[in-house]
Design a binder for this molecule. Structure first.
Ligand SMILES: [Zn+2]
Ligand SMILES: [Zn+2]
Length: 352
């Protein structure tokens, strides 16, 4: 099969010929129909994350094997299933849950695959969707998306799930308590849509681009604040009508995390999601006195993805802007370049 893969210390996406995997047991082989492009892919291509004064986190040192086929927002058509798979048949269209754990540790047994210390995520630690075929290790990771646009459905596996899981960490609140969302890209817009779908009524979007704030208002943000150099973080509380009970930070760099800490209400919650990197210095006494809860959030569980698909099927989740391009090595490369330079509104999805 054709696979579009990265090699270590090489930003080129290579069109490689890899053996097509043969499913056995409960494994399922799918023909890739859609593959969404995520910011994480740009980090994987660059080889790591910015850890502020601690330097760079190298993914190669964390056991990533090359060549690696990226792509973790995948919708495919079942091609073949192992003999023990009973819930899917060739021809079925399915969304893939890619955040796959060891299946045996406490986190996995409790349904928190995404928290597994030995997780091997599709498109990160094992081959993902920038290829003709993708092998999914168990049929339980496949979700029926009947009635949904496959391009949009693909984005639910990471962008959508990450937003939904972050919202899960701040709700329930009273509908009028201010919730601030930093970053109105694909994830932030989805979080705003999910907050709305779940009945929240005071959502303030913050971004450096006025154009993104316009999209945020279309998605249901009730107020917006333009951020950037020279802007006062208190403008955000003023726009939101008071100190926020929660901040969901899809940027999560030093500036946004500091602003989140500074504007939160007493006993407020900051959910740190973005991987833009950097670090934050917090007065420890203030942390105690103001009883701020800081929680990191990374993707979500299989149950949360099933729940999100249900919300989408019920028509309660407005679709984020999706631009479709064709699934080729050149287009994978161009999409990653565009995301790195920050020039994408909504989400890019590659179509086969
Ligand atoms: Zn992702
Ligand atoms: Zn595990």
């Amino acid at each position: 099969m054709h696979a579009f893969a990265v090699q270590p210390d090489d930003a080129t996406i290579h069109d490689l010929e890899l053996p097509t995997p043969q499913p056995s047991g409960r494994e399922v082989l799918l023909k890739v129909l859609r593959a969404g492009v995520c910011h994480t892919d740009t980090h994987l291509r660059e080889g790591g994350y910015d850890l502020g004064s601690r330097g760079q986190m190298s993914l190669k040192d964390r056991g990533i094997e090359y060549p690696m086929v990226l792509g973790h927002e995948v919708v495919g058509i079942v091609e073949r299933a192992g003999a023990d798979a009973t819930t899917v048949r060739p021809g079925d269209t399915r969304l893939v849950y890619p955040w796959i754990g060891c299946g045996e540790c406490r986190q996995c047994r409790n349904g928190h695959d995404n928290r597994c210390a030995a997780g091997r995520n599709l498109g990160v630690a094992r081959h993902g969707g920038y290829a003709e075929y993708i092998m999914v290790p168990d049929e339980k990771y496949l979700i029926d998306i009947e009635g949904l646009d496959p391009s949009w459905a693909a984005t639910l596996a990471c962008s959508g799930l990450t937003a939904h899981s972050a919202v899960d960490k701040v709700l329930p609140l009273e509908p009028d308590e201010p919730v601030v969302v930093f970053g109105a890209g694909g994830l932030g817009l989805t979080a705003i849509a999910v907050l709305r779908a779940r009945g929240h009524k005071n959502i303030c979007a913050v971004d450096v681009a006025e154009r993104n704030l316009e999209l945020a208002r279309d998605m249901g943000a009730t107020s917006t604040a333009l951020s950037g150099p020279g802007k006062d973080a208190r403008d955000i509380s003023r726009a939101a009508g008071g100190a926020p009970s929660a901040v969901i930070d899809f940027v999560n760099n030093g500036a946004t995390a500091t602003a989140a800490f500074d504007i939160l209400a007493k006993a407020g919650t900051m959910i740190q999601v973005g991987l833009f990197g950097g670090e934050v210095t917090i007065p420890t006494a203030m942390l105690a006195l103001r009883m701020i809860r800081i929680e990191g959030s990374f993707v979500g569980t299989l149950a949360q993805l099933r729940d999100l698909v249900k919300i989408a099927k019920a028509g309660k989740l407005p679709s984020i802007p999706v631009s479709e391009r064709s699934l080729t090595a050149a287009e994978v490369s161009r999409a990653l370049d565009d995301l790195t330079s920050g020039g994408v509104a909504g989400r890019i999805v590659l179509t086969a």
